[in-house]
Write a protein that binds this ligand. Structure first.
Ligand SMILES: Cc1ncc(COP(=O)(O)O)c(C=O)c1O
Length: 450
């Protein structure tokens, strides 16, 4: 198994050829099959003697891959799609082939150096200080959790007599914040948003003070502001939230898993004013920064606080911990880690940052046009002008079941992938446009079915 035989060489060619074709040719949208259907087609693939690489690859190519929706398809507009650059995808192959260990400087200095340059770019775009730093983790969920664990660890050093720790965020915050609170066994309070769905500093003050005055011993140690909500792309009042958080010694975390990618476009950067005051922030390059799954850039204003919370101690690790080098594992919930920031780094190094701003603006222009098309559509209503690249709308008269039926048929007909969501309890549709390959004609084709 570990020898590079002529058979392996020929399998390597098959695999590379398949990978290149997948990159070169626009894949169909495809879609899921049931377990029963897949079993009927594939059977049990794990056998005592093995199937051989060619056979296993054929099963993947012919059956398993087509049972996965192509998240980079220009008409995949559900959830938050992915749209890696060719260079980023290609370099993912290199990362996979290289047995890189991205956890410590000792083992992966070159990879960590490159990842840190990509992190520095993001950190500088946000206006964070030179001393800021962090790590690429698996996704926004782990990024938010790791930041909040750091925040609580820090709060414990100066808030005393606390019987229950509390996180504040708006009702529009991503579900991963609730998940972090559950994992950490802390409370969460949802701050009322204004008419545009924005959490303001004033509302945060009211929410926190009302809560703390009626819950003796409970202490809000962190606030999560969202910079681009998943559902509608709303950006909280980052400066207002920072003002109040700073005045009360509350950790200010910005969840920009989706939205903060737009920092790379000078045209929208001012929308994120205040992000530079964050104690921690996240942005997922696998969402709107054109990198493959999975990568979340987690950046701390003061990385020492993260290290204090996350550093693992053991006799077998002391050799790493004693050398004072930058070990990415120390800044989040993880130890072994793939150098998952390298595809982004390679693509940035290849294309330069201007290309990122251009691609970003392209997606936002398509989102603007989509909003105009919806406003002009006889049967649709735009919910809100797109803030970034999410376009939310309704089809008045339709119930939740109608939206689902339409969505299922859209995929079954291989026209597009758009799933229903809800806003204030009512069903909506939303396009999340992060793919520079998504053209206005793709939007038109989908709208024509409504
Ligand atoms: C605002 C926001 N935060 C966090 C997450 C979670 O990120 P991940 O799915 O990478 O864990 C998402 C995912 O869509 C998101 O939109």
């Amino acid at each position: 198994m570990h020898e590079f035989t002529p058979d392996v060489e020929s399998l390597a060619h098959e695999i590379l050829e398949y990978s290149l074709l997948r990159l070169k040719e626009n894949p169909p949208l495809d879609g899921p099959k049931s377990v029963e259907e897949l079993y009927a087609l594939v059977g049990n693939t794990i056998t005592s003697q093995g199937l051989g690489g060619s056979k296993a690859l054929s099963l993947f190519k012919d059956v398993l891959a087509p049972a996965c929706i192509s998240t980079d398809h220009p008409r995949y507009l559900a959830f938050i799609p992915s749209a890696p650059t060719e260079a980023a995808n290609l370099f993912d192959l290199v990362v996979g082939a290289s047995a890189l260990y991205g956890g410590s400087w000792l083992e992966g200095a070159g990879a960590v150096f490159a990842e840190n340059q990509a992190l520095r770019w993001i950190s500088d775009l946000a206006g964070m200080p030179e001393s800021a730093g962090g790590v690429f983790v698996q996704g926004g969920t782990i990024g938010n959790l790791s930041a909040l664990v750091t925040a609580r660890n820090y709060a414990r050093t100066f808030f005393t007599d606390v019987t229950r720790w509390v996180i504040a965020c708006s009702g529009e915050a991503h579900s991963s914040v609730q998940s972090a609170a559950d994992v950490m066994d802390v409370e969460i309070i949802k701050i009322a948003t204004n008419g545009q769905g924005i959490m303001t500093g004033d509302a945060l003050k009211v929410g926190v003070e009302e809560y703390e005055s009626t819950h003796a011993g409970h202490k809000v140690f962190a606030v999560v502001a969202t910079a681009g909500t998943t559902n509608l792309g709303i950006i909280d009042d980052l400066n207002g939230v920072a003002d109040y958080a700073t005045s009360r010694g509350i950790w200010f975390h910005v969840d920009g898993a989706y939205g903060l990618a737009a920092l790379c476009s000078p045209t929208v950067r001012p929308k994120f004013a205040g992000v530079e005051r964050a104690d921690s922030m996240i942005v997922d390059p696998h969402k709107w920064l054109f990198a493959p799954f999975d990568a979340c850039a987690l950046i701390y204003r003061n990385p020492h606080l993260a290290k204090r919370a996350h550093l693992q101690h053991a006799e077998y690790l002391d050799t790493l911990n004693d050398d004072g080098e930058w070990n990415p594992s120390d800044y989040a919930i993880q130890l072994t880690r793939r150098a998952r920031g390298l595809p982004l780094w390679f693509s940035l190094a290849t294309h330069g940052t201007d290309a990122y701003a251009e691609a970003m603006d392209k997606t936002m222009n398509v989102a603007k046009t989509a909003a105009d098309l919806i406003k002009a559509h006889p049967r649709l209503e735009l919910l809100v002008e797109p803030n970034l690249s999410i376009v939310a709308f309704t089809r008045p008269g339709w119930e939740a079941a109608d939206y689902q039926t339409w969505s299922d048929k859209l995929l079954a007909d291989q026209i597009g992938f758009v799933t229903p969501s809800a806003h204030h309890g009512s069903p909506i549709l939303r396009f999340a446009i992060v793919n520079p390959w998504t053209q206005v004609s793709d939007i038109e084709a989908i709208l024509a079915t409504l």
